[in-house]
Design a protein around this ligand. Structure first.
Ligand code: ZN
Length: 231
């Protein structure tokens, strides 16, 4: 048997017995996760480990390139997961997490190798804004530095896409939802977070305030306080 597949038996024999109380509560009372993380499918990025999350803590959506298609362009898994997280689970914090050495973003930076993968190529069009920002904005970059810039700009682009989703837009307007843009450096185990105040990615430090891409704050554009969601 594949050694990895065989490890499922150790979950049943060793891991589950130590956590059976937690699983029992979750089975009886359902889930109420505290955040939604949209991350890459890369095997080196493990949201639950990065967040030190227990079962029930984190609602997770993973795909190649941590992409969120803009609303109405695609009725798919990401759109449905975002809508369910906000509307059914009442999630108030959404994290978009990119990472170093991302294969999807390497392909966005250098699309030549995508001819044999038409679905990947079509999917990565949702990151076209990141490629354009880097090509036009940082023309001097090449190699690893250019890919890193695409990865960071892709987090920014996907946060913008996320805001096109009506459930998210309404939650933001009510001041209920915070957006977080993160970058996970695999080699250093470090998280950088987009600070919406300075428009820079900065290292997370446990003695400082958490940098937030978009802080929850009620919109008053119409001169009125938004109605709170019905409890
Ligand atoms: Zn990736």
């Amino acid at each position: 048997m594949n050694e990895l597949i065989g490890r499922v038996f150790s979950f049943g024999k060793q891991v589950f017995p130590n956590q059976s109380d937690l699983y029992g509560k979750l089975a009886a009372h359902g889930q109420s996760p505290k955040a939604l993380m949209i991350s890459c499918a890369d095997s080196r990025v493990v949201p639950e480990q990065i967040m030190q999350a227990q079962p029930g803590d984190l609602f997770v959506c993973r795909n190649a390139g941590n992409i969120i298609p803009p609303y109405a362009t695609q009725n798919g898994g990401v759109t449905s997961t975002v809508e369910y997280a906000v509307m059914a689970l009442g999630i108030r914090d959404i994290i978009v997490c990119g990472h170093s050495d991302c294969g999807a973003m390497k392909a966005v930076a250098n699309p030549a190798g995508l001819d044999a993968m038409p679905n990947v190529a079509a999917w990565l069009k949702h990151s076209a804004a990141a490629a354009k920002v880097v090509n036009d904005g940082y023309p001097e970059l090449d190699g690893v530095e250019r890919v890193r810039a695409v990865i960071l700009e892709n987090v920014v682009a996907q946060l913008a896409n996320l805001r096109t989703h009506p459930s998210v837009a309404a939650g933001i307007a009510r001041g209920e939802i915070s957006l977080h843009g993160w970058f996970f450096d695999i080699g250093h185990g470090q998280i950088l977070a987009l600070d919406g105040g300075t428009n820079r990615f900065v290292a997370l430090k446990d003695d400082g305030e958490l940098p937030v891409a978009l802080k929850a704050s009620p919109r008053l554009a119409a001169g009125l306080e938004f109605a709170q969601a019905a409890e």
